[in-house]
Design a protein. Structure first.
Length: 184
């Protein structure tokens, strides 16, 4: 489990890298309320610098901003994604892990532009492959193929994924990483 020590940003650049890393991890438009909640979960206090950094990132076209009624939505752009990929390792590894776990608690495949797909195929050996995948506007999020001995078990897996894709996705991340935080 990641340590819960307060993380200190040394500059506005650190704050911008954090925001880009956070939005890149989320991968879909997120409302300001949820974004702020995730930030509060991971840093000691939010200063006026955070708002200034958001405004600057939007002005520099590293983040998209869409305002609807009373809510603002943020999403990382391609240039923001590029910067995040180049600079995110400047953030402390333990802090990044804690942020990723926090994002996973708020992540939803169902409310994003993610398309889920599942298929059952019978193999020559009379066993059944269950193929599960999720894609979004940035490409494939994950794909998984499992082999079962019975069609009934294959259908159970497929039905569970189709009705609870978020839970299955988090379970896969937990199994692959061993990080219990994905299950919260």
């Amino acid at each position: 489990m990641a340590k819960k020590k307060p993380y200190k940003f040394l500059s506005k650049t650190d704050i911008k890298i954090f925001i880009l890393f956070l939005l890149d991890t989320i991968r879909y438009p997120i409302d300001r309320s949820t974004l702020m909640k995730i930030m509060y979960e991971n840093i000691e206090s939010i200063s006026i610098d955070f708002e200034e950094c958001l405004v600057e990132l939007v002005a520099d076209k590293h983040i998209y901003l869409d305002a609807q009624e009373e809510e603002r939505y943020y999403m990382i752009s391609e240039s923001g994604r590029f910067i995040s990929a180049e600079l995110y390792d400047m953030l402390d590894e333990t802090f990044r892990e804690r942020v990723t776990q926090s994002v996973m608690r708020h992540l939803t495949l169902q409310n994003s532009d993610t398309t889920i797909f599942s298929e059952i195929r019978e193999r020559e050996d009379r066993r059944f492959e269950v193929f599960l995948s999720a894609t979004d506007n940035q490409g494939e999020r994950f794909s998984l193929t499992m082999v079962t001995a019975s069609r009934e078990e294959a259908e159970r897996i497929r039905n569970n994924y189709e009705t609870r894709p978020d839970s299955v996705y988090r379970g896969i991340l937990f199994s692959a990483t061993g990080r219990i935080g994905y299950l919260n």
